[in-house]
Ligand binder design. Structure first.
Ligand SMILES: [Zn+2]
Length: 399
């Protein structure tokens, strides 16, 4: 399985991975060569895994490894209510909370784990505060491969226990998280452990399936905009690459514009974009309810800026009030996403008020993960219940 990894910044070509997954010349992220001669397999989706259906877009993975937990094939839900409220032709939610570990991470975890197994690594690992940790732990268990999960020392029990249940080696690490991201990949690679961190090339590849599914679900049409809650930058990079591949393969003639959505309390990419900068700066004192995207120095930040520039998209930040409002609005449409996931709808509302969209646009919000992952955020909502005596039941129902 030959691979060609290309530096996203200087274009240097690599025939194999570096032990940092980054360019040795400019230290920017590497990505797999664009696939330009694939098609979507026909057949019954109920009998296929996502990687079987889109296998032609993964020529570098040996798919004989079957460790699927049923990732992908998540619903694309149209909200006619919000479409009417906002005056936008089509408002859709790609509900990634319906993945095996309730977040989009599973799509990238499976491709990363298969890669590790193809290469004969004895173990896998990741560095995460939540969604990715649970995902890697689950697939590590399914694959019966040694799995190390590194988490922040101050992680809350609410997040720790749902990771611990899978039985991986779970280690709380004291120290700088950004440094841990780099060190874990390098030390892991040199010692037989393949760390599938946020923007590692084979993880990013997994997120392409979100694009293929949206394309199929819109009856083989491309939306005008895709809004993606953005932290490290792996998810938005993968989805955008997926659409570029559909175009390169002649399946569609356009790529949607991408909008990276961040929380105002931690917005290194949106800030750099606003200021017309080509590189991100570390965001000081991050503080937001959208913990899942609270990364002060995203490893793919510069590449997201380059991608948005080429794509004609943008980055925007929304504050915690706007996020909570969007989380509630989404729930009223039957979709319960975590606060980070609500940044896409919050950004859609904000940009619509600024007349960024036209009435004829089709927009897709990526709902990255389930609200059940972070129930303490619910304390921030004014949620009402009433208590009655059973004798008053008839009165309440009649009212
Ligand atoms: Zn480079």
């Amino acid at each position: 399985m030959d691979i060609k990894l290309i530096c996203t910044s200087c274009g240097e070509v690599y025939k194999e991975e570096t032990n940092t997954f980054r360019c040795t010349k400019c230290d920017e992220p590497l990505e797999l060569e664009l696939v330009s001669n694939a098609k979507i397999k026909a057949g019954n989706m109920l009998e296929q895994s996502v990687l079987e259906r889109y296998s032609e877009f993964y020529p570098f993975l040996n798919n004989k490894v079957d460790i699927s937990l049923g990732e992908g094939f998540t619903p694309l839900l149209e909200s006619r209510f919000l479409s009417k409220e906002l005056g936008i032709k089509g408002v859709y939610f790609k509900n990634e909370s319906q993945n095996p570990t309730w977040s989009f991470k599973d799509r990238g975890t499976i491709t990363g784990v298969i890669r590790a197994m193809n290469l004969g690594f004895k173990g896998i690992g990741t560095v995460s505060t939540g969604n990715m940790a649970a995902s890697v732990a689950a697939y590590g268990s399914k694959a019966k491969i040694d799995t190390i999960i590194l988490v922040k020392e101050e992680i809350a029990d609410e997040k720790l226990k749902p990771i611990a249940i899978y039985g991986s080696k779970l280690v709380k690490v004291i120290g700088d998280y950004g440094k841990l991201y780099l060190e874990s990949i390098r030390l892991g690679y040199d010692n037989g452990f393949y760390f599938i961190n946020s923007d590692s090339p084979f993880r990013v590849e997994g997120y392409k399936t979100i694009a293929y599914e949206i394309f199929e679900q819109l009856d083989y049409k491309t939306p005008d905009y895709v809004l993606v809650p953005t932290s490290a930058g792996g998810d938005i990079r993968g989805i955008e690459k997926g659409f570029r591949e559909l175009k390169a393969c002649g399946l569609t003639d356009k790529v949607p514009r991408f909008i990276a959505t961040q929380a105002t309390g931690c917005a290194p990419i949106a800030t750099a974009f606003k200021n017309g900068k080509e590189e991100i700066e570390r965001f000081n004192n991050p503080r937001t309810i959208a913990h899942a995207i609270e990364n002060p120095y995203p490893p793919s930040g510069n590449q997201v800026l380059r991608m948005l520039k080429n794509n004609g998209g943008m980055a925007v930040d929304v504050d915690d009030d706007e996020i909570l409002n969007a989380q509630k609005l989404m729930a009223e449409e039957g979709i319960f996403g975590q606060p980070a996931s609500a940044t896409s709808l919050a950004a859609l509302i904000k940009l619509k008020e600024e007349n960024y969209f036209s009435d004829e646009d089709i927009v897709v919000n990526i709902v990255t993960a389930s609200g059940l992952k972070f129930t303490s955020a619910l304390d921030q909502h004014a949620l009402n219940t009433i208590t009655i005596d059973i004798a008053s039941l008839a009165d309440i129902i009649k009212k």
